[in-house]
Design a protein around this ligand. Structure first.
Ligand SMILES: *[C@@H]1O[C@H](CO)[C@@H](O)[C@H](O)[C@H]1NC(C)=O
Length: 359
């Protein structure tokens, strides 16, 4: 589609402008945000054209794979065979919770971050662990991939509805989406509700993708209505991550970004949410957030209430609101209760991050 070639460079301009702004000590994001909103709107208009264009996506959807980690065994199923294979005796345990990990743009189930996340759960030996692999539908232009997130989510919802019919509980499904994968999870939640008239248990958005999705209606992106509990980690707001809060609980890591301490590239900050989540599985309660109005309030120790919430693995599904915390600039990231004290002002300043690394 020739439209992509027009919008992609415009996004690049916005992203660079955002990057430059974020490196100032007092970032004024309002201009970049308003440009971002316009770009996202244009992007969605193209996505909608595309959606009406394409009636038969079967050849692409068939390329989706489900990868199951089961102890030392890895089983890979084409999506169209996944249900039949998973429901063979001894393969899928309907009494367990199921963790479903969804990768992002230009990524696959076999890259480090989704695989580390899946392995961290697999090591607990308590869960069914599945990875969605939609590499073929995420390897071309960003807008096309953003559009495909809906098709992938719809197909995934169909599999989950069948597994529920087989005896699994909807509330035992926990989808974890990285970047664009967060919106795939959102669509899966929306379609699951259409198919079964009930909600999936939980969706975790790991810095949900921003371009095309920031300032979209709740029906066009991940939203808190997509599961019984939706928790979102923000680490690269304004650049690759979504700008607005989406969940029942939104956790702003070091203010939510755009820059994370110890990071020099937006992609590093963007993936920090997933790295933090992975650490929360291995070291429970290493990340605690405090409920606060804004990062500025947090930084000036002006959070109104002493309301704390565990981020990630141990997160209570009753958590509501916006939570802020600091992390270490390098692993292990978790600071426990120290992360809610604003000892040293962690700013979005790039140079400050260099100091943190003693470089
Ligand atoms: C899935 O089931 C088919 C048909 O029974 C079988 O041939 C195939 O080996 C199974 N795949 C896996 C990964 O177990």
């Amino acid at each position: 589609m020739h439209h992509y070639s027009v919008v992609a460079p415009l996004f690049a301009v916005v992203l660079l402008a955002g990057d430059a702004l974020s490196r100032r000590t007092e970032p004024d994001l309002s201009f970049a945000e308003s440009v971002y909103a316009k770009m996202s709107g244009a992007c969605r208009a193209i996505m909608d054209l595309r959606y009406n264009d394409l009636t038969d996506q079967n050849h692409q959807i068939k390329t989706i794979k489900i990868v199951q980690l089961d102890g030392n065994t890895v089983r890979t199923y084409p999506i169209n065979e996944a249900f039949v294979n998973l429901t063979k005796p001894g393969i899928f345990d309907i009494t367990k919770q199921t963790k479903i990990i969804i990768h992002g743009y230009k990524d696959s189930s076999q890259s480090a971050v989704p695989l580390d996340l899946a392995n961290a759960y697999n090591d607990k030996k308590m869960f069914n662990v599945l990875l969605v692999d939609a590499e073929e539908m995420n390897k071309d232009g960003y807008i096309l991939s953003a559009h495909n997130s809906r098709l992938i989510g719809k197909r995934l919802a169909n599999l989950l509805a069948n597994l529920e019919h087989f005896g699994a509980n909807a509330e035992d499904f926990h989808l974890l989406g990285i970047s664009l994968g967060a919106h795939v999870a959102g669509w899966a939640g929306k379609y699951f509700q259409q198919y079964k008239a009930r909600s999936l248990g939980r969706i975790t958005g790991l810095d949900p993708a921003g371009p095309c999705f920031s300032y979209a209606y709740s029906g066009q992106r991940l939203d808190k209505t997509d599961a019984a509990y939706v928790d979102v980690l923000h680490s690269n707001r304004l650049l690759q991550g979504i700008i607005e809060p989406l969940g029942h609980a939104d956790f702003y890591i070091n203010g939510g970004g755009p820059n994370q301490p110890g990071c020099y590239m937006p992609s590093c900050s963007h993936l920090r949410a997933a790295h933090v989540y992975i650490e929360s599985i291995k070291v429970p309660k290493s990340f605690i957030g405090v409920r606060c109005k804004s990062w500025k309030h947090f930084q000036s120790n002006a959070c109104e209430k002493e309301e704390y919430a565990v981020l990630g693995y141990g997160s209570s599904t009753a958590t509501r609101g916006h939570y802020y915390l600091r992390t270490s600039p390098k692993p292990p990231y978790g600071l426990g209760m120290d992360g809610i004290k604003n000892k040293e002002p962690v700013t979005d300043n790039w140079l400050k991050s260099l100091d943190d690394l003693n470089m």
